[in-house]
Design a protein around this ligand. Structure first.
Ligand code: JHZ
Length: 394
């Protein structure tokens, strides 16, 4: 049974940036963002989903390579994969602009990326890339080339509605001794940090270990190790094998994480109602801070026009009267308007912020990277505003 626990209101599609022409057409799509908890398999999902084709098209703006944090994390993992698993071949589901696959020999790795504009980047760099959605048809096609010893997917499986199709297709192509590594934002971290902005149309699910364990069981798959990452506000990296594969022992970190999730209460509905209360308080506090700054005639701008920020802006009714514009490094976002709030996005070039600005951190998950980059601004007394874990000026 799926029990609804939070209503984040009417929301636009988080990566559908608008041109001036689009604004005039007034044809933006909105959907009702409500969250539910499946009491049986413990999976948390959004209740109204958008067809993949409407979200992941040939104008998809997100580029993983724009963050040093992501590049370093992928490089570190790649070294580990080569050292520990030494796979003959590798496939990445959701290869985006190649931030991960570029660490491997072109002959050994295959990318899967449905957004053609992004897939073209890795193809141009010489990597075999299927510009298709991940499904059984594609899995069969790839198996005809070869079974895969290592399958990796970061921040992608949570974007695909039919998880049975996801894992049965992986099951089809994964070699007998193969390893599947997936990583996505962690529900436990999301709840602890009250980062309700992890929910938007693309994030159909925010996974817990509890849920993943339940879902993969029926495919004869088992989690044998887990890593906690600081990426994207706190993610979990799951190392998965076939239950029949005895090469890897189940690490005690798996049990420890499971215990932590249960101790926090991710298995029971009352925890979800508490999260709702926390989110409502977070909204009130953020609005209070912004309104006070505006009353004092402060200029507020945004930093990092994220999909996550879309949820916050819409849920808290923040528009360009409050945040004048956003700065962002993504070429395909610059010169356009954010979905829903219609706040203008300027291409970031240094130095674009000065001490007269209060800067709302849309990309709070890259706080360390951004603070390092903006040392001078901070030294000169510049202030950031964040809503995670509690709304405050820092
Ligand atoms: P970032 C996207 O979410 C969408 P978003 C997607 N659904 C998903 O799951 C995650 O990514 C992985 C900018 N930036 O990564 C670049 C700066 O301007 O938090 C990006 O637009 N300066 C696939 O959008 C944004 O911030 C900087 O110094 O929530 C970061 O977006 C840095 C570090 C980033 O993902």
């Amino acid at each position: 049974m799926i029990r609804k626990f939070l209503d984040l209101g009417m929301q636009p599609l988080a990566n559908q940036y608008l041109t001036k022409k689009d604004l005039l057409k007034k044809k933006e799509i909105f959907y009702h963002l409500e969250l539910g908890f499946n009491t049986k398999n413990k999976l948390v999902s959004i209740l109204n989903t958008i067809p993949s084709k409407k979200m992941f098209d040939n104008k998809y703006p997100y580029r993983a390579s724009l963050s040093k944090t992501m590049l370093t994390s992928f490089e570190k993992l790649s070294k580990k994969i080569k050292k520990i698993y030494n796979p003959k071949n590798i496939m990445e589901i959701g290869s985006n602009d190649g931030a991960f696959i570029k660490n491997f020999d072109k002959k050994k790795v295959i990318g899967v990326e449905p957004c053609l504009n992004v897939a073209k980047i890795t193809r141009k760099n010489g990597y075999k890339t299927f510009a298709n959605y991940w499904d059984m048809k594609l899995a069969k096609k790839i198996k005809n080339i070869s079974e895969m010893d290592l399958i990796y997917s970061a921040n992608t499986l949570s974007h695909i509605k039919d998880l049975n199709l996801v894992f049965s297709s992986i099951n089809h192509v994964l070699s007998k001794k193969g390893v599947l590594i997936i990583e996505d934002p962690s529900l436990l971290e999301c709840f602890k940090k009250i980062s309700y902005d992890q929910f938007y149309n693309e994030h159909i699910y925010v996974f817990s270990l509890l849920a993943i364990k339940n879902i993969i069981k029926k495919f004869g798959l088992e989690i044998f190790n887990i890593e906690k990452l600081n990426i994207h506000g706190g993610s979990l990296r799951y190392f998965i094998k076939r239950s029949s594969n005895s090469r890897f022992k189940v690490n005690k970190k798996v049990k420890n994480q499971l215990n932590k999730e249960i101790k926090f209460g991710l298995h029971k509905f009352s925890t979800y109602l508490q999260f709702r209360e926390n989110v409502e308080n977070s909204r009130k506090k953020l609005i209070q801070i912004l309104v006070k700054l505006k009353k004092n005639k402060k200029q507020i701008i945004g930093y990092g026009s994220t999909a996550k920020a879309c949820t916050v802006l819409q849920y808290c009714s923040i528009n360009d009267q409050i945040i004048k514009y956003f700065l962002d490094t993504t070429p395909d976002k610059a010169g356009k308007y954010m979905p829903g709030s219609h706040i203008y996005v300027k291409r970031y070039t240094k130095p674009m912020i000065n001490k007269s600005h209060y800067v709302f951190l849309g990309a709070w998950n890259f706080k360390n990277e951004i603070f390092k980059k903006e040392k001078k601004f901070i030294k000169n007394g510049g202030k950031f505003i964040t809503h995670v874990p509690i709304p405050k000026i820092i």
